[in-house]
Write a protein that binds this ligand. Structure first.
Ligand SMILES: [Zn+2]
Length: 137
């Protein structure tokens, strides 16, 4: 039994080292991937509950697509691009949580601009390129 335990430990160690080598230079997991997998899981559960065949099919299709995309991101070698995607997702989450401000992108240079909510129509000056634009807050 002890011999088997040792063998198993060595095997797991080898497996880990192999996986580590395989993952070298690859992106791995992040918050966006986790979110994609959770959404996929939720869609999969929903497809059990909802009655219509067409909706069922599209839900399960979408959940498969999300899982495949998450896997592709996990094993991706384009680390920089994946990192940028995750950053965009995190920024999106932050905007959702922020109830006191409204967020706009400058129409000229796409710089994100944050203004207080509930001030009516205001003229916003981009802090980067000084472009002026009017938005409802
Ligand atoms: Zn600008």
């Amino acid at each position: 039994m002890n011999g088997f335990g040792n063998w198993l430990r060595a095997f797991v160690k080898k497996l880990r080292a192999g996986f580590g080598r395989f993952m070298q230079g690859r992106y791995g997991g992040d918050k966006l991937n986790m979110a994609m997998l959770w959404v996929a899981f939720a869609l999969y559960l929903l497809h059990h509950i909802l009655p219509f065949a067409l909706i069922k099919l599209s839900l399960i299709g979408l959940s498969y697509v999300l899982v495949i995309l998450a896997a592709l991101r996990f094993f991706s070698r384009n680390v920089y691009k994946r990192y940028q995607e995750n950053r965009k997702y995190l920024r999106f989450l932050e905007r959702l949580k922020d109830r006191e401000h409204r967020h706009f992108d400058c129409p000229r240079c796409h710089q994100p601009v944050r203004v207080p909510r509930g001030k009516g129509k205001i003229a916003i000056t981009c802090p980067k390129c000084k472009e002026k634009f009017i938005r409802k807050t």
